[in-house]
Ligand binder design. Sequence first.
Ligand code: ATP
Ligand code: GLN
Length: 143
Amino acid sequence: AIKAQYSSSPNYVPDSNFYKVEAIVRPWRVSQISLALLKIGIRGVTISDVRGFGAQGGSTERHGGSEFSGGKFVAKVKMEIVVSKDQVEDVIKHIIEEARTGEIGDGKIFLIPVADVIRIRTGERGEIAERMTGGRSEMVNAA
Ligand code: ATP
Ligand code: GLN
């Protein structure tokens, strides 16, 4: 049942060349997620330590990883990954595979159109700026 949801297409979101996949996940799953992304050539990832509440409310993580007591917010990690349109579904699929425990508190993924990407070092914009050396598009083209 979960698998069918993987194949949903992002065509209902505003069309864009680039998207930001923003995933709020359990802190103790982050290294597995980033390793899985690295394996498919996703090398540009930004993470932040955040705190939040959702259906999990303020209940303590059952799987450890975050010490929490008293307040209402649970420690999570926000992963932000900007990718080209054709890479969005693969990234989402891998995040779900690595982040999912089936318990409340697994997190959520937001998909956000990105207007442009600018590489500060060179001033490059758009497709050239978004591509990374050894990144997924190079891997796919080489195959
Ligand atoms: P350069 O070629 O100048 O090194 P770069 O594109 O490799 O540029 P970095 O300057 O290495 O980018 O990246 C700086 C930071 O930007 C990274 O540590 C990461 O946090 C973030 N970042 C880079 N690319 C992405 C991306 N596609 N998605 C999310 N975060 C990114
Ligand atoms: N789309 C980039 C590439 O193919 C990779 C983006 C990323 O690593 N976040 O090189």
